[in-house]
Design a protein. Structure first.
Length: 150
């Protein structure tokens, strides 16, 4: 793995186009509606602390992102837990440690806010993503997510 030379910063509303572009490159499908919802929630509500991050290369181009949230709770009571729900690194910048750097900065930022636990969901058959999270010290939780078709 090559050493990353990116700068990590808090995500801004203006990062929308870059995030959608990276996600489309990674997933080979465009999800602007998903990101419209995410960005609206992150930047137009007071119920969430800013925790989502982007990685910029030496030219200031956004090449990766990590999105999550920590809910302030009812009456402003802090919950102490957060989620990491979306992460992406431009395919041309993968295998350079950027994803790991995003995770580490994300965790440090959450820790500074008093968060003690972070969770994420991964499809059980996505071995690449499971390996990535395992390498970054994530482990299966004691909670099993169940679903049923209706």
């Amino acid at each position: 793995m090559k050493e990353s030379t990116v700068k990590i910063r808090l995500m801004k509303a203006e990062d929308y186009d870059a995030v959608v572009r990276i996600d489309e490159k990674v997933l080979k499908t465009s999800r602007p509606e998903y990101y419209n919802m995410k960005f609206e929630k992150l930047f137009q509500t007071k119920d969430y602390l800013p925790v989502s991050l982007v990685a910029e290369d030496e030219n200031g181009t956004v090449v990766g992102f990590a999105m999550g949230e920590t809910y302030m709770g009812e009456y402003g009571i802090f919950e102490g837990a957060a989620t990491l729900d979306t992460i992406g690194v431009d395919p041309h910048y993968q295998q350079k440690g950027i994803g790991e750097q995003l995770i580490n900065e994300f965790l440090e930022h959450l820790k500074s806010l008093g968060v003690e636990k972070i969770s994420t969901l991964v499809a059980w058959n996505n071995s690449d993503l499971i390996h990535f999270f395992s390498a970054n010290q994530f482990a299966p939780s004691k909670t099993i997510y169940l679903e049923r078709r209706v």
